[in-house]
Design a protein around this ligand. Structure first.
Ligand code: COA
Length: 180
């Protein structure tokens, strides 16, 4: 059965229903050779929280299809309490764009957290055979949610166009017999 065959429309879900924050205190085991926190540690937290949001929104398993625009704005240090906040920005038929903000504050100070990173991930909801399944449309609730939805649509358009352009170029090279 294809995803088009799965029947009636699925009711929408508001953005706030799956918005999630994951918090973690950085320790010496999280550092790179420079002594600041390894980017991969942050990326794991980002993927973890985005996966939780995708699972909550879609009501079942979801896998990371892509991660793009992971930006590191400032170094994270040992003793920072890091918060990764994520929400569904946009939904397609079976995919969801999850936006993640990374914030850090000293674990023992009451100063406001500062943004140290951001990322956009696409998750695909899958069934028990790992095949894409439909997701409920996200219902943006605030002006900020609506702006994020529109920006996510722009990113989606660019992702598809880039993928198509690369596939066409590869096919052209293959047709010309160019060695890979
Ligand atoms: C993601 C996956 C399920 C897509 O399966 P597929 O057979 O290519 O299915 P489709 O082409 O129909 O894609 C499904 C949806 O994902 C989107 N998608 C697929 N690959 C994508 C990518 N690289 N970037 C962004 N979106 C992507 C499609 O646009 C489609 O969205 P839509 O249904 O909302 O229009 C499949 O490639 C997969 O299982 N990948 C491995 C995922 C994984 O293991 N992640 C963890 C890595 S450790």
């Amino acid at each position: 059965m294809t995803i088009q065959d799965q029947g009636a429309d699925i009711p929408g879900k508001p953005t706030s229903a799956s918005r999630t924050t994951l918090s973690h205190i950085m320790t010496a085991g999280d550092t790179n050779l420079l002594g600041t926190v390894h980017g991969g540690v942050i990326m794991k937290l980002v993927d973890d929280v985005a996966g939780a949001v995708a699972g909550r929104h879609s009501g079942g398993p979801a896998v990371t299809a892509s991660m793009d625009e992971m930006a590191f704005l400032a170094p994270v240090r040992v003793g920072d309490l890091v918060h990764v906040r994520a929400q569904v920005n946009w939904t397609g038929r079976s995919s969801m764009e999850i936006g993640v903000r990374v914030l850090a504050e000293r674990w023992n100070e009451s100063t406001p957290p500062v943004q140290v990173g951001s990322a956009y991930l696409v998750f695909a909801a899958v069934d028990e055979d790992g095949k894409p399944r439909r997701v409920p449309p996200v219902l943006p609730e605030t002006e900020k949610d609506r702006r994020r939805y529109q920006e996510a649509q722009i990113r989606r358009t660019h992702r598809l166009a880039r993928r198509r352009a690369i596939m066409e170029l590869r096919e052209q090279h293959a047709a010309e017999g160019v060695e890979d």
